[in-house]
Ligand binder design. Sequence first.
Ligand SMILES: [Zn+2]
Length: 153
Amino acid sequence: MWGPTNKLITCETCHGDFHSCCGHFGYLPLVLPVYNVGYMSHVVDILKCICKMSLVKRCTSTSSYLLSLDDIGFSISVSCEPVRKGRARGPIVLSEQIGSISPGPPTCKSLEFHGSMVEGGQLTFIASYSGGEKGGCFFEWFRVKDNGKETTF
Ligand SMILES: [Zn+2]
C-alpha cells in the first residue's frame, strides 16, 4: 500500500494513520502505457520535435525486411553492428534513409471459403487484402455451371 487515502483507515505498510504515515513508494502495472498528466505539456513538446519520417525503428536481425502497412509514409534505414565470432563488436554503421514507403496496389491475395457445401449451408469467405489501408471492397457471388457460364445472384 502507498498509505491511507482518508482519516478512517490506517496504513497497511506502517500501520500509521492519515497524519503519521508519510506515504510509501509503489507501482501499479498498467495494461497500456499512460502519460503522466503532470508531464503532458512536456510530452507534447517533445513529440512535436520528433519527425515522423525519422521514427523508423524495427528490431529484426535478418538481412531482409518485409515492408508492411505500418511502414507506409516512413523512410527505412538499416544499421549494422559487426560482431566477430567470439563476440568482439565493432562500431555500428547506419545506412542512408530510403523512402518514403508508398502503399502497393490494392490486391486480393487470396480467397478462402468456409462453410458447408450443402443446401442450407452458409458459405463465407476470407479475403486477404494488401495495398495500403483497406477500404470498402466490393464482393460479388457467382453461380457457375459446369460449362463455365457464370450468373450473378
Ligand atoms: Zn504508511
